[in-house]
Design a protein around this ligand. Structure first.
Ligand code: SF4
Ligand code: SF4
Length: 323
C-alpha cells in the first residue's frame, strides 16, 4: 500500500487527463494490483472540504504516512509573494506544498509546469509561477535547491506538456513496489529510463534527417522529409521517449507530421513564444541552424549537413511509407 496525495497548482490539468490514459499499467491496475491508495486528488477526490483539510493536517503531523506527493502545475507565489492567487482549503496552495513535501517519502513533479514553470512562468509571469525545484533552467524553485524528500531523493521531474501517461504510472509502480531507489535521474532530475534518449530516437523521419531532406510544407505526406530544417523540430535536442513509448500505443508528434517543441526541457517554451519562433526553424544569416542536435555546434553541423545533402540519394526525397 502506498498513500498518494496528488495536488494541482497553476495548470490546465492536462497531466491528470494524460494519467487517466495510462496503459502500462492503467490507473485501475495501480489501485487494484499495486496498492496505490489515492488519499486526495482535486478532480477525483475521495475527500472534500473540511475532510480534506483534516487529512492534510493529519499527514503533516505524521498521523498518516505520505508515501508519495504528486504535484501538477506551477507553484503560484503571486501577488507579491502571498500565493493568494491560488488558494486551497483556505490557505495558499504553496504553503500546503511546502509542508506536505517535508513529510513525503517521495515528491514527484508531473508535467512541464510543476517541473520547471512551463507556460505560466513565461515572462512576464503575472502569477509568480515556478516549478517545485526549478525556475525554468535555474535550480531552486519553490522547495529550494537543497530539498530532498524522506527517501533522500530530490523532486523527481516527470516533465512534458503533458507528461506521457506511462512515464507517470511506471514511476508510481516504482514507489508502490519499494523500488524507488532504483530510479536514476539526469542532471535535471528526470528519470533516465524515459529521458536519456531523444525524441528523435525511433522517429520514422530519421532517414530524412540523415540525408538532410526537409519537409517543405505541412501536410506534404505524413512521413516524407524531416521537420528539423524548416518547421522547428527539436527532436534531436530534446530528451524524451515519445518515439519509443508511443502515445496511445499509436503515434507521436513527429510521426503525425508535427514538430517536437521540446516540451520536456526546462527552457521550454523556447524564445518565449516570440512571434515567428513556433513552427519555424531559427537560422543565423538565413542558413545556419541556430539550434542544432545536442553535442554539436552550428558551424560543424552546417558543414556536415551540406555534404549529406549533396550526397542524398533520390529515395531520400520521397515518401518511404506508401500504402
Ligand atoms: S528532427 Fe524531428 S522530424 Fe526530423 S528525424 Fe528528428 S525528431 Fe524526426
Ligand atoms: S514530441 Fe516533443 S513536444 Fe511532443 S510530447 Fe514529446 S517531447 Fe513534448
Amino acid at each position: 500500500m502506498a498513500n498518494v496525495i496528488w495536488i494541482s497548482g497553476g495548470a490546465c490539468n492536462g497531466n491528470t487527463h494524460s494519467f487517466l490514459n495510462a496503459e502500462e499499467p492503467t490507473v485501475v491496475d495501480l489501485v487494484t494490483d499495486f496498492g496505490i491508495n489515492i488519499l486526495f486528488h482535486e478532480s477525483a477526490a475521495p475527500t472534500y472540504g473540511e475532510q480534506s483539510k483534516k487529512l492534510f493536517h493529519d499527514v503533516i503531523a505524521g498521523r498518516i504516512a505520505l508515501d508519495l506527493l504528486v504535484c501538477e502545475g506551477t507553484v503560484i507565489t503571486g501577488p507579491n509573494g502571498t500565493g493568494r492567487y491560488n488558494m486551497l482549503l483556505g490557505r495558499p496552495h504553496k504553503d500546503w506544498i511546502k509542508e506536505l513535501a517535508a513529510v513525503a517519502g517521495v515528491v514527484v513533479a508531473v508535467g512541464q509546469c510543476a517541473s520547471w514553470g512551463g507556460l505560466p512562468a513565461t515572462p512576464p509571469n503575472p502569477s509568480g509561477s515556478m516549478g517545485l525545484q526549478y525556475k525554468r533552467n535555474e535550480r531552486g524553485g519553490w522547495l529550494g535547491a537543497d530539498f530532498k524528500a524522506k527517501s533522500g531523493l530530490p523532486v523527481i521531474n516527470i516533465s512534458g506538456c503533458p507528461a506521457h501517461p506511462d512515464w507517470i504510472s511506471q514511476i508510481l509502480v516504482a514507489v508502490a513496489t519499494g523500488r524507488v531507489g532504483d530510479i536514476q535521474l539526469d542532471q535535471f532530475q528526470r528519470p533516465l529510463t524515459f529521458f536519456k534518449s531523444f525524441t528523435q530516437t525511433g522517429c520514422t523521419r530519421n532517414q530524412y534527417f540523415e540525408w538532410k531532406s526537409s519537409v517543405e510544407e505541412f501536410g506534404q505526406g505524413t512521413r516524407k522529409g524531416c521537420l528539423f530544417y524548416e518547421k522547428g523540430c527539436r527532436g534531436s535536442m530534446t530528451h524524451s521517449s515519445c518515439n519509443r513509448i508511443l502515445w496511445n500505443r499509436q503515434s507521436s508528434k513527429t510521426r503525425s507530421g508535427h514538430p517536437c517543441h521540446g516540451c520536456t526541457e526546462p527552457a521550454w517554451p523556447f524564445y518565449d513564444l516570440a512571434p515567428g519562433t513556433v513552427f519555424k526553424s531559427q537560422k543565423v544569416m538565413g542558413v545556419i541552424p541556430q539550434d542544432v542536435p545536442e553535442g554539436t555546434d552550428p558551424l560543424s553541423y552546417t558543414l556536415h549537413a551540406a555534404a549529406a545533402r549533396a550526397a542524398a540519394p533520390q529515395w531520400a526525397k520521397e515518401d518511404m511509407f506508401v500504402v
